[in-house]
Design a protein around this ligand. Structure first.
Ligand code: HEC
Ligand code: HEC
Ligand code: HEC
Ligand code: HEC
Length: 188
């Protein structure tokens, strides 16, 4: 046992080192649109008049996804997997951060990677659709949402993260889970 413990430490260090290297190549697919961050959406999506989507999101677990990687629960499960720091590990960040693994050039200044699973994780990177005229055009169907990178997410988007690769997978039912995060546009 005395011989075994130091050996175990070496093995753990090797695993931790290895996971950091894998992270460099574990890139998500690159689109052409850049990420702007939830702070940008906040400008217009905070008022009750429009439906306060930002406030609903801010109070949701998605907004806490990065911060929660520092919790004791997160650290305990990470340790079992040989991961040293969940907030630095690609194995956790790929689902707990927005646009994780993409090159820095895909993020506009002001993007905050500690804000967790942000609007753009589900709706698509926003640099080419966030302006008022574009948003109105999409809503009026004079601008094709797809062409500027905006989507109304379907179940497939959720399943990228809500799957058995997550150490805390509790199953996923699109209807119930969508209802829990509902933030519709308010009709005028
Ligand atoms: C400059 C203001 C503004 C900003 C910034 C903005 N939006 Fe909007 N957005 C609007 C308005 C206004 C509407 C409703 C359009 C209407 O009623 O004509 C809208 C509608 C939407 C819709 C529904 C589109 C549809 O099909 O009807 C989504 C989804 C959306 N916004 C997401 C976002 C996200 C995500 C961000 C941040 C990346 C964002 N918006 C930033 C003003 C904005
Ligand atoms: C495949 C995507 C994915 C990966 C990889 C992933 N997570 Fe998660 N994590 C999720 C999802 C989705 C949830 C919410 C599950 C639910 O509530 O149904 C979650 C929830 C959590 C929670 C909250 C648990 C609770 O019940 O309060 C913690 C803590 C957490 N994850 C830590 C980690 C750590 C640490 C890692 C890396 C070892 C990790 N996750 C890797 C997707 C992922
Ligand atoms: C976890 C995924 C997810 C996140 C994060 C998210 N949304 Fe959504 N959003 C959805 C889904 C799902 C719908 C419903 C789509 C539908 O009705 O087909 C939706 C609907 C909307 C709508 C209403 C569209 C309509 O036509 O009624 C707006 C506006 C919107 N989101 C804006 C935002 C903004 C702004 C943020 C960030 C503050 C955000 N969303 C974060 C998944 C998400
Ligand atoms: C980029 C990854 C990602 C995507 C995409 C995503 N989620 Fe999540 N979701 C998470 C993580 C991570 C958590 C847990 C955050 C935490 O607790 O720290 C979570 C938590 C949740 C929770 C809270 C569960 C609880 O225990 O209360 C709901 C509800 C949810 N997601 C619904 C959805 C729906 C619906 C979609 C698709 C429209 C979606 N999510 C898309 C990563 C994601």
């Amino acid at each position: 046992m005395k011989m075994f413990l130091p050996l175990l430490t070496v093995v753990l260090m090797l695993i931790c080192g290895a996971s950091a290297t894998f992270g460099q190549s574990a890139r998500a697919t690159t689109g052409t649109h850049k990420f702007v961050g939830a702070q940008k959406c906040k400008m217009c999506h905070s008022t009750e008049k429009i439906g306060a989507q930002y406030k609903i999101w801010e109070a949701s677990k998605h907004a806490m996804a990065y911060k929660d990687l520092a919790s004791d629960t997160a650290k305990a499960v990470a340790a079992k997997l040989g991961i040293c720091d969940p907030q630095k590990s690609p194995e956790c960040l790929k689902c707990h951060e927005t646009g994780y693994g993409l090159p820095a050039s895909m993020f506009e200044t002001g993007f905050d990677s500690t804000a967790g699973v942000q609007c753009e994780s589900c709706h698509g990177a926003g640099a080419d659709y966030w302006k008022m005229a574009t948003m109105k055009g999409i809503h009026a169907n004079t601008i094709d949402a797809d062409s500027v990178g905006l989507r109304l997410p379907t179940e497939a988007v959720c399943l990228r993260c809500h799957n058995q690769e997550s150490p805390f997978y509790h199953g996923f039912d699109f209807k119930t889970y969508s209802a829990k995060i509902a933030h519709p546009l308010k009709e005028e």
